[in-house]
Design a protein around this ligand. Sequence first.
Ligand SMILES: Cc1ncc(COP(=O)(O)O)c(C=O)c1O
Length: 376
Amino acid sequence: MIAPWAQIDLAALDRNVRAMRAALGPRTSIVMVVKANAYGHGLTPVARQAARSGVRWFAVAYLHEALHVRAVCEDAEVVILGAAMPEDVRTLIEHRLTPIMVDEEHGRALASAARARGAVLRAHLKIDTGMGRFGVPWTQAVSAYERLARESGLEISGLCTHFASVEPRKPSLGPTQMERFREIDAAIAHRAATPLFRHVSSSRAFLTQPDWDLDGVRPGIAAYGYGARERGMRVETEPLLQWRTGVMQVKRVPADFAVGYYSTYVTPAPTTLATLAVGYADGYSRALSNKGFVLIGGKRCAVVGRVSMNWITADCGPDADVAPGDEAVLIGAQSGESIWADELARLARTIPYEILTNIHASVERHYISSPSLPIL
Ligand SMILES: Cc1ncc(COP(=O)(O)O)c(C=O)c1O
């Protein structure tokens, strides 16, 4: 059967984790973000490999993801970035998972659920320093902390925030957010019975602001090989995921041949068209209609016509030596040429995060590992 499939290189993940680890001081942990199915790479194999590569902290969006991490990593610390539900407190405690309190009311509801079970729940407090999403507003953070710290059933073990923007060479909100966080941290520090685990930096801040490392950094996209190839970044990481499919049909066509729904592409000259097994149902963005490229036989071929549900058409040129069953690369490298998710993102006017997380769960993932790594 010809169908799209993804290849994930766990040896590259190992190299990325080690490169990030080497950039950090000994007091800072990597809190690897593995939400959204590890950015499309597959949560279980990625978390397992990351743990083997030395990652001790993971961040997810939901409880079910946290349980997947726990299943492969008995001793990891797992933080849940979304608003965990009070009715899940028993599971949180049983599996030693750490929710993040997204506001004071959420914290109180979690505390009350833990109290009702005669238990104590460890949780981190999120401060909204300017992202405007989750968190206690920074102006109320110290008093909210004091009130929550008095709640029985709750142990506040960490403090965090999330940056709206961090731009090393342009104005951005990041530095102001960091100032706000530092003030709150200083005010809270002498009130806390034990030191809090403080984590603020996602990939962009980790890559560009070493002074903001604190106790943990929360890289996501950098661990998967993106965002770290720009000039001046603190470490370089490499993409793990390649996405491939096969040619289903080949057609030699004359000039003025219309392709796809609404005939949005008409061949300017005789050429060879290849129909490939991938479409928007698999996560290949419709925004790549008449914009994307694929690699066939080591050559870049334009995606022509509209991306449809299950198929796309590539223009391979008049003299192309292409046949049904040939491999086509959607993301990745072939014979020295490459197309990575950041290039596709630019062409589709989006971000590599979306390109990667949109690869449908039904697309088979094949995991490869170098001989020096444990077989998974
Ligand atoms: C709260 C939080 N921290 C960290 C991250 C990781 O961000 P990045 O992939 O840019 O490193 C995310 C990603 O969405 C996030 O929501």
